[in-house]
Design a protein around this ligand. Sequence first.
Ligand SMILES: [Fe+2]
Ligand SMILES: [Fe+2]
Length: 155
Amino acid sequence: MSQLVWSNDLNTGIDVIDSQHRRIVEFINQLGDARQAGDRAAIGEVIEGMVDYTLSHFAFEESLMEDAGYEFLRGHQKVHELFVKRVADMQAQFKAGNDVSDELHGLLRRWLFSHIRSDDAAYVGAVKGNMKALVRDQSKEGWLSRSLGKFFRRR
Ligand SMILES: [Fe+2]
Ligand SMILES: [Fe+2]
């Protein structure tokens, strides 16, 4: 299956978010490669890494929305939650020996770009304004690296 290719309309304009989204795209493409190679152990490893990273991304994104007082935070959280549940179900099936990696790969490919273009794009205005204010406020210096450290494991 062809690789997912980043296109400029996926950029939110919030660099830290864009680089996280690109990392998730990389995971999805790595999953495609591992599938093509028919390497079950590699597929399992990629799924694990991707789930872990995506959970961190969701938590980070939700904290930005919360800090900004974004009015549709709850709805956005719900969308993340349902997605996480679907992926976790598939991961459990994979671990139980069912080859669901094709289905999972398809879901990820369809879901991610449409989520970035609609749900994520919707919070950009609110979050960006708040981030600028935080950066201007000297007393909050370092908040970005602090919150990244909170959600992402050093690797
Ligand atoms: Fe996102
Ligand atoms: Fe999101």
